[in-house]
Design a protein around this ligand. Structure first.
Ligand SMILES: NC(=O)c1ccc[n+]([C@@H]2O[C@H](COP(=O)([O-])OP(=O)(O)OC[C@H]3O[C@@H](n4cnc5c(N)ncnc54)[C@H](OP(=O)(O)O)[C@@H]3O)[C@@H](O)[C@H]2O)c1
Length: 317
């Protein structure tokens, strides 16, 4: 079994299915990536702020050496972090990512958030003594220019955005020499983001859904929040196809043309999540899943970043 591909505006092909690595601890992530590559995953989603890229780099090297996968068949995405938004710092960030992942180039590099943090630090989460984040006001258009420079220098193949709202994406579209190829945002059956998908479709931007399983263990969750794994609609559709609720949620996204990057550190679930290319949901299933949308964002950073001028989740989409 293998993942289908999405053709990006940059001309490159992106596997529609990948492995997420957020909250995969050092000590867990290397094993997860190694298993995923052996199972046939060709796309790994990484980020500086996951603080585990240095463990993933050696796994890539070993996989290339052992012939598990060729570099040209692997699609690696990473993200410039909030403390690295000024031009030179963003370029430094890309070189640090390449060093940690032990790669010569990234297939995709995103600006992780529109919000910038204090740049005079190597901390990931620079905070005041009272717990508030220390912000910077560097504008993300400067970060974008650095990413364009990285494309020109051959360090990155495609560039994109994450957690930007439609107005912020329009700003980038208005100044960009290279248009964003991908937008990575939270998306799952409970948060289907129809307006954002239409907007991106109009501008030729592919969408990657993060938390495609509505992350059942997300730290931002509250008691009583819905869970795909125990939702009666997903259980029923899953039973009908001899699949699991997670496989139904992922298959729904694939059939909607969305790229998915479910995270798992368990061999069983890494295999389970990938086993969705041997069946199809019918239109009735798809419509039923479309009906569970409740415009519910799990990862809401208002407490952390809501006071930053570029915090983006206040917009309708
Ligand atoms: N750009 C951004 O700001 C941003 C934000 C959030 C996430 N992301 C990216 O998107 C990836 C995916 O999102 P996510 O990690 O938030 O959530 P997710 O993939 O929706 O859910 C991950 C959680 O579900 C569990 N899980 C995985 N497969 C399962 C299955 N088949 N059955 C039951 N449980 C299962 C995992 O546990 P086990 O590991 O124990 O299996 C983990 O706790 C991240 O890892 C990261 O790469 C990006």
């Amino acid at each position: 079994m293998s993942s289908p591909f999405i053709k990006l505006s940059s001309g490159f092909k992106m596997p529609q299915f990948g492995l997420g690595t957020w909250l995969a601890k050092p000590g867990e992530v290397a094993n997860a990536v190694e298993i995923a590559l052996k199972v046939g995953y060709q796309h790994i989603d990484c980020a500086v702020s996951y603080e585990n890229q240095h463990e993933i780099g050696p796994v890539f090297q070993k996989a290339f050496k052992d012939g598990v996968i060729k570099r040209e068949n692997l699609f690696v995405c990473s993200k410039v972090w909030n403390t690295r938004h000024s031009f030179d710092k963003a370029k430094l960030c890309v070189s640090e990512i390449l060093r940690d992942l032990q790669l010569d180039y990234l297939d995709l590099c995103l600006i992780h958030w529109p919000v910038g943090y204090d740049e005079e630090t190597n901390e990931i989460w620079p905070k005041h003594s009272d717990g508030r984040m220390r912000y910077s006001n560097v504008h993300y258009s400067e970060t974008w220019k650095a990413l364009e420079d990285c494309v020109e220098k051959g360090l990155v193949k495609s560039i994109g955005l994450s957690n930007f709202n439609h107005k912020q994406i329009e700003e980038i579209l208005g100044m960009a020499k290279i248009k964003p190829a991908v937008l990575q945002v939270e998306m799952h059956p409970y948060f289907q983001q129809k307006k954002m998908r239409d907007f991106c479709g109009k501008h030729g931007i592919a969408i990657t859904a993060y938390s495609p399983l509505a992350n059942p263990t997300m730290p931002f969750r509250k008691d009583g929040d819905p869970t795909i794994l125990t939702d009666s609609i997903f259980l029923r559709i899953a039973e009908k196809h001899g699949k699991s609720p997670a496989q139904v949620a992922l298959r729904w996204a694939i059939q909607e043309g969305i790229i998915v990057i479910p995270k798992s550190i368990s061999e069983k679930r890494i295999k389970e999540n990938f086993s969705i290319f041997d069946y199809e949901l019918d239109e009735k299933d798809m419509d039923e899943i479309r009906g569970v949308d409740r415009n519910w964002r799990i990862l809401n950073t208002v407490e952390r970043d809501g006071k930053h001028p570029f915090w983006g989740f206040g917009e309708e989409y």
